[in-house]
Write a protein that binds this ligand. Structure first.
Ligand code: RIB
Ligand code: CA
Length: 314
């Protein structure tokens, strides 16, 4: 039986790969969009174009344009002006459904109680508001899988990863909700992506793979400009692949705190992975474990799995 999943995202080059990957292997019951890589209008159009490209009929609901506090962050995005530069994707074949993403998430989880995985591949604004509006969502969902945070370095700041940094209050609400959470952080996802040879394979593939190859070529160029590496990371797919190939990611149950007030550290995920004995934990006042945090990944295995999936689109 295919895992039922709803994907909340902000396409975004790696979000696009995650959507196409999930649609092939999982029961993608819906997609919601959130501010993040670009404006809500652009990420929604981008998501609909990707669904159209892949012939994916899952309904899409548009979500929040701004974080819980303040306005959407305006950052020069590695994803380009539109949020998904680099390839001329098909125009969307449909509009978003009438429901707001927050209501769509609540209704979908209610309809699939105990079975639905919520993937949060952008800022957690929609997910946090949905839990606030309907607390029973936590028990209705099977679990929440998040691409976000880091047990090490950040990307948007020295210690904060972009998705969490965009809406730290929303992330804090999610990690405090007692939902079952799996978190794949930047320390893990930064090692997973397409190199120039992989991109050439995509470009030589069918129509869908070719478009993804063009997108990854753009993304690699931006990463080369900013990080000096010739590599297009597929961050978001790392939070989806474990529902297809379970053994590719190893998780540890630990406490994750979100820094909200630090002038230098706001948006940091403080993951307590200290190897303590029970006595040590008692002495050090270790917080209650609230998430399964990825600590190891078979990067080659994930890339091969995603590559084969993209090439399998006719
Ligand atoms: O930090 C990586 C995350 O931010 C990914 O979700 C990617 O889409 C970017 O938005
Ligand atoms: Ca994303």
């Amino acid at each position: 039986m295919r895992t039922k999943i709803v994907i909340d995202c902000d396409p975004g080059h790696d979000d696009a790969v995650a959507l196409l990957y999930a649609a092939k292997h999982l029961d993608l019951v819906g997609v919601t969009t959130c501010h993040g890589n670009n404006t809500i209008g652009n990420v929604t159009r981008n998501a609909l174009s990707v669904l159209t490209l892949g012939g994916i009929t899952a309904p899409l609901a548009q979500g929040c344009a701004d974080p819980l506090l303040g306005r959407k962050s305006q950052v020069a995005s590695v994803h380009g002006k539109t949020g998904l530069d680099g390839s001329f994707l098909p125009e969307p074949d449909r509009a978003p459904v009438a429901a707001h993403a927050v209501d769509f998430l609540i209704e979908t989880a209610h309809a699939h109680q105990g079975e639905l995985v919520l993937a949060v591949l952008g800022p957690a604004t929609n997910a946090a508001l949905a839990i606030k509006k309907e607390p029973r969502l936590v028990s209705w969902l099977r679990e929440i899988t998040i691409m976000g945070g880091s047990t090490g370095l950040g990307n948007i700041t020295p210690v904060a990863e972009f998705n969490i940094w965009c809406d730290p209050e929303a992330a804090a609400a999610l990690f405090a909700s007692r939902a079952r959470i799996r978190m794949v952080g930047l320390d893990i996802t930064n090692t997973v992506g397409f190199d120039p040879a992989g991109i050439d394979r995509l470009l030589a593939g069918g129509r869908v793979a070719h478009h993804v190859g063009e997108l990854m070529e753009f993304y690699l160029g931006r990463e080369l400009d900013r990080r000096g590496i010739a590599f297009a990371p597929i961050h978001d797919a790392c939070a989806i692949v474990p529902y297809v190939e379970e053994g590719l990611v190893e998780y540890r149950h630990c406490n994750v705190g979100i820094e909200l007030a630090g002038r230098l550290t706001r948006g940091m995920t403080v993951c307590d992975l200290r190897p303590l004995t029970p006595q040590g934990r008692a002495d050090r006042g270790v917080g209650e474990a609230n998430a399964y945090v990825a600590v190891r990944i078979d990067a080659k295995g994930v890339v091969a799995n995603v590559m084969e999936t993209l090439l399998s689109y006719s």
